[in-house]
Design a binder for this molecule. Sequence first.
Ligand SMILES: NC(=O)c1ccc[n+]([C@@H]2O[C@H](COP(=O)([O-])OP(=O)(O)OC[C@H]3O[C@@H](n4cnc5c(N)ncnc54)[C@H](O)[C@@H]3O)[C@@H](O)[C@H]2O)c1
Length: 387
Amino acid sequence: MSMIIGDNPVGIIGAGTMGSDIARLAAFAGRQVLLYDSNNQTLQRSLTRINDAVKLQVDKGKLSRTKADEALQNITAVPSISDFKECMLVIEAVIEDLSVKQELFRKLECVIPSEGILATNTSSISVTAIASACKNASRVAGIHFFNPAHIMPLVEIVQGMATSIGTLQDARKIIDSWGKTTILAKDTPGFVVNRVARPFYGEAIRIFEEGIADFATIDWTMKEIGGFKMGPFELMDLIGNDVNFKVTETVWKQLFYDPRYKPSITQKRLFDAGFWGRKTGKGYYDYSDGAIHPAPRKEKGLGEQIFFRILVMLINEAFDAWYYQIAARDELEIAMTKGVNYPKGLIGWGEEIGLLKVLEKLEELQNLYGEDRYRPSLLLKRLAKSQ
Ligand SMILES: NC(=O)c1ccc[n+]([C@@H]2O[C@H](COP(=O)([O-])OP(=O)(O)OC[C@H]3O[C@@H](n4cnc5c(N)ncnc54)[C@H](O)[C@@H]3O)[C@@H](O)[C@H]2O)c1
């Protein structure tokens, strides 16, 4: 149990996808949880969903009835945020809208104890902008879980412009005590994972758009040759092409239209068409009953070229995040292996291949296309030349 919050309950606002799973996680970590949602029906539905999911685990023999009952009793739905007055930690997981979040933080600040931590689970809004609504922004931090929050091991602890070191360390200790692996990230667009992973999707789509290979072949390549658990297109279909497009667009806009993050027309058209992936029954692949997925072209030479092009773009992104101190080197490695299940940390992977080889490939692409998209990170250049 964390010393920082003692026996005080944890407040969670927003009982949608993320809030429900965070409530479940905290309850299983032995915390008293107060859960609130402005939509009472959603709140009740969330409790039912958590109960049903936990019951299923008991039925499958994966969890003891006693442990399940104890955890479920830890969660209380509350009708108002004024019930949060004893919460030393509140995690906000409401809709992704700056003014809604600011309004909440403004109110919360007056409700919780003065030493309490206010955290946001936002994936794309600046923590600093949310915190600016508070008189004391030093106790506001980002606690960014991945979906599903009770299963995914990684949590990014995000430092806003005004977040105090104490707040950051306390937030980290609490989430560590819930069994998660935490990394510290600067408040920059996409934080770590959603920024560094962009080329996995973007470069794969680019290769598809250029007609170099179809998506089944690219997926096969990244799994068979690259050792990734899923290919980019099947992963985008799982995440949702609506969500993935929005994340890409947001990161690109917030990085002042840096061409490295530019979304693609293919992604936009899938979004426009409602081909959002598994959830709509169609994305890059067709998920209707009896649909036959296209067969990949299993050509090793072609596969190796595709894999290397995507990998060097990912490695470049990781070096740039390291260079700009968005996270420490070892934490960048943890982020990509624990957050998105990459087979290896990208910086170490680059060193294993040889940084000069990675740099030469990026320079070759940059010369060939004449695009800033392929510009190598300064840190990669420096280290490659000194290796
Ligand atoms: N879904 C993901 O994969 C994911 C991953 C990481 C982070 N996030 C972030 O988590 C947050 C929540 O996302 P989600 O997918 O759970 O959304 P969701 O739409 O499933 O849930 C949002 C909930 O917030 C409630 N809500 C809206 N305004 C409110 C208010 N003023 N007060 C109280 N409740 C309010 C809604 O009724 C809804 O139940 C967002 O900031 C999102 O960016 C989402």
